[in-house]
Design a protein around this ligand. Structure first.
Ligand code: GDP
Length: 539
């Protein structure tokens, strides 16, 4: 058999794909995501000074009025993708908004990455938001690396933290470093793979990399007692022995399949543990993976260009009512000005004015590769989940809608504007800014969101873009589930029985709106053949 000579493009694709790492950081607010992001960018050479990311965050959270929302959105588009190089790797760090701007976008960003980094506060352990984000990662078995932060504080016992990760998140925790003391008594970490001691010294936010590390000949090396004292040395030996007996040994395959998370201990603000984390991340984290479509799996190294929209951000420039659609490149090479097919609407479009997110050199970039994110100007034709390719009609899957957790009933201040309201709500729902439900039994509009800030944004956009002054009323709903059932008769019986709690979403999918968790549980018990889904694929 003769093999065809490899083309220059496919060689370039293999090289570029192999060196890309596209990831997001997940954490509960205040665990240290911003600090760690900043340190990663600093060590990766993308920023010169600590404080740049922090300043953006301060601007974002200064006030909560509409102008601030606007400003925040303006700012967050530039920091939505932070690209930097490290040890020959091209790293795309995607921002997942946290705090009060937690929204469906936060979830969707996680569908566009190949792996995630989880930051946990050593004092608090696993917190609520991390659990929610982890659930999204689990949908795609996303590999996760863990950084346990704030070891300079008196935190929880390391075994306790590992146990917390395993129990709360249902993932094996395999430490790669082990802390020696904590809080005031924190001396540093022992690198379990390299048999190396790394000494901690408080550095403040100055951005200095700690260099003090000493190689020891394993844990029995008497040098260990001299270096950290015999008490801590025997504690360390005992801990490592315990780990060998009861812990999980690190297994790169289990990490890549999302079953195990390698764990690092450190202190982001003191630059401690960040370098090892970054080095190990660049080395082990997965390069862009094949992605499923409705017809076949697409490998990133295919020469045909393909990309999928995972997020739409509106009003970047209020004067132009501009929207930016964020596309993850899934295969092939993107070149400035290239023509691609927008399959849902069956049109060929030229991507002339794409924004290519590069932390340093935005204007000079002519091409992008699988794993990279580009921004396309959108005048209302692009929806979340839309696929663009050279020619083959494809539809990427795996960018779902997520069941909303907060609900409001919308009321118009001026009833004569109902047309504008309807149009506005449908467009905003299409864009993915909020979810809209029409109850089967009345003419209400119920809005659903995963983050409360989404409601403020919707009211402001309805007023500014559609001249519809809307007010919110509380809605007696606590959960939404999409309904599915292959048995038509059972579905009809169900629809009749719980009609008062049923609604259609913006794409006419049947949805059960539960007044409370108890009622949801009870209904699910009564109707075992009905499927109650927490996610739904975009059509
Ligand atoms: P985010 O909300 O997850 O982005 O968290 P930030 O990065 O803003 O950090 C929250 C707070 O924790 C800030 O006051 C940080 O200065 C502080 N912080 C971050 N890392 C550390 C650390 O390693 N040790 C201590 N003591 N504080 C830290």
């Amino acid at each position: 058999m003769t093999t065809l000579p490899e083309t220059e493009l496919s060689r370039a694709l293999r090289r570029e794909v192999a060196r890309r790492r596209t990831f997001a950081i997940i954490s509960h607010p205040d665990a240290g995501k911003t600090t760690l992001t900043e340190k990663l960018l600093l060590f990766g050479g993308a920023i010169q000074m600590a404080g740049e990311v922090k300043a953006r965050k301060a601007a974002r959270h200064a006030t909560s009025d509409w102008m601030a929302v606007e400003r925040e959105r303006g700012i967050s588009v530039t920091s939505s993708v932070m690209k930097f190089e490290h040890a020959g790797h091209e790293i795309n760090l995607l921002d997942t908004p946290g705090h009060q701007d937690f929204s469906e976008d936060t979830y969707r960003v996680l569908t566009a990455v190949d792996s995630a980094l989880m930051v946990i506060d050593s004092v608090k352990g696993v917190e609520n938001q991390t659990k929610k984000l982890m659930d999204v990662c689990r949908l795609r078995d996303t590999p996760i690396m863990t950084f346990i932060n704030k070891l300079d504080r008196d935190g929880r016992e390391p075994f306790d933290l590992l146990d917390d990760i395993e129990k709360s998140l249902g993932i094996e925790a395999a430490p790669l470093t082990w802390p020696i003391g904590s809080g005031k008594g924190f001396q540093g970490v022992y690198d379990l793979r390299r048999n190396e001691l790394r000494f901690f010294s408080a550095q403040g936010a100055k951005g200095v990399r700690p260099k003090d590390s000493v190689l020891v000949k394993g844990l029995d090396d008497p040098k260990l007692d001299e270096l950290i004292g015999s008490g801590p040395a025997s504690d360390l030996r005992r801990d490592v022995e315990l780990l060998a007996g009861a812990g999980y040994p690190f297994d790169v395959k289990r990490y890549l399949s999302g079953e195990q998370t390698p764990v690092f201990f450190g202190s982001a603000i003191n630059n401690f543990g960040v370098q090892e984390l970054l080095d190990t991340f660049a080395q082990l984290a997965p390069a862009p993976k094949p992605r499923p479509t409705t017809t076949r799996e697409v490998a990133p190294t295919e020469e045909q260009f393909s990309g999928v929209i995972f997020k739409i951000q509106a009003n970047m420039d209020p004067a132009h009512r501009d929207r930016i659609a964020f596309m993850r490149i899934c295969s092939g090479r993107f070149q400035r000005g290239m023509r691609v097919r927008h399959h849902r609407i069956g049109k060929e479009v030229q991507i002339a004015n794409a924004i290519i997110f590069m932390a340093q050199d935005r204007a000079g970039v002519e091409e992008a590769w699988p794993g990279d994110i580009i921004g396309i100007h959108n005048h209302g034709t692009i929806k979340i989940g839309d696929t663009f390719t050279d020619k083959e009609p494809l539809k990427f899957t795996g960018i779902p809608n997520f069941a909303p957790e907060h609900f409001r009933r919308v009321r118009l201040a001026n009833p004569l504007k109902s047309k504008q309201l309807e149009k506005g709500l449908l467009q905003l729902a299409e864009e993915g800014a909020v979810q809209v439900f029409r109850p089967m039994d009345n003419n209400d509009y119920i809005l659903g969101a995963v983050g409360l800030l989404q409601f403020d944004v919707i009211v402001a956009r309805l007023r500014d873009e559609y001249s519809a002054d809307a007010l919110y009323e509380s809605a007696p709903i606590e959960a939404a589930r999409w309904i599915d059932c292959p048995d038509r008769q059972r579905l009809d019986a169900f629809t009749k029985d719980v009609r008062a709690n049923l609604a259609l979403d913006a794409e006419d999918n049947l949805t059960y709106l539960a007044p409370n968790a108890w009622r949801l549980g009870r209904t699910m018990e009564l109707w075992p053949e009905i499927e109650f889904r927490t996610t739904r694929e975009h059509q």
